[in-house]
Design a binder for this molecule. Sequence first.
Ligand SMILES: NC(=O)C1=CN([C@@H]2O[C@H](COP(=O)(O)OP(=O)(O)OC[C@H]3O[C@@H](n4cnc5c(N)ncnc54)[C@H](O)[C@@H]3O)[C@@H](O)[C@H]2O)C=CC1
Ligand SMILES: C[C@H](O)[C@@H]1OC(=O)[C@H](O)[C@@H]1O
Length: 258
Amino acid sequence: MLKDKVVLVTGGSKGIGRGVALGAARQGANLAINYIGDDDSAIQTVTEIKAAGGKAFALKGDVANPATASDFVQAAVEAFGRIDTLVSNAGICPFHGFLDMPHEVLLQTTQVNLLGAYYMCQAAAKQMVNQGRNKQGHSGSIIAVSSISALVGGEYQTHYTPTKAGVLSLMQSTAIALGKHGIRCNAVLPGTIETDINKDDLSDPAKRAYMASRVPLGRLGKPEDLAGPVIFLASDELAGYVTGASLLVDGGMFVNLQ
Ligand SMILES: NC(=O)C1=CN([C@@H]2O[C@H](COP(=O)(O)OP(=O)(O)OC[C@H]3O[C@@H](n4cnc5c(N)ncnc54)[C@H](O)[C@@H]3O)[C@@H](O)[C@H]2O)C=CC1
Ligand SMILES: C[C@H](O)[C@@H]1OC(=O)[C@H](O)[C@@H]1O
């Protein structure tokens, strides 16, 4: 579905970003991976993408820094000549209570999750506009990883859920701003997906069992569960008339009241 397309994934070294990057590579895409933290995970992801037949590189950089976005897009253009899809995925969720929330934690969560998504989407959109439309009239696709948490709250996520609502809103507004340029903007809203972000939280067997019991499909999510929905939204062939949309990928958790 993505043969020779150039797909950029922020936070692509681990978890959901890695699952999406590997899925896109299996569909024929070439990958640019942004990440922070340990280099080994990034090297391993790039190695696996290459083993799947794709071209790939990883570039370390903090998405909270606006310069990271332009550097990342520029590196992708230098490596592959153009860009087709941005998956804005990098995010953090340091669980913490509300009444004693440290200002630093609130600030960093907002800077990484919301401002980081903004900078990346803006840098990618500028490049897509400059490239112009292809023969089918498309210039590119931007997909932001929001969350079920854009729609519902969390006691220890008062700093986090507003960033995910913000990312969803960002895709709605950029869909309007960029539609005239042939750029589609959509959001995926994962439920609870087992990754490093919630390793500690889910290490309590009772909490893990409770979260799983909330899911009508009977299990917590895996990073690869996001690959299909993202590939669908990235594909002009499958989703060429889809913009400003949001897709819950939560095993049915959101609708499960009782
Ligand atoms: N795991 C879950 O249950 C859910 C996760 N999400 C969202 O999915 C996204 C990915 O999360 P996971 O894969 O679960 O987490 P993870 O911790 O497994 O992976 C996070 C990735 O983001 C990168 N990253 C973190 N901070 C960064 C920064 N400042 N600059 C650049 N890269 C940075 C890391 O290097 C890593 O590659 C996040 O935006 C998260 O909010 C949304 C809903 C549910
Ligand atoms: C990190 C959490 O487990 C995860 O993040 C989200 O966005 C979901 O709301 C889950 O709570």
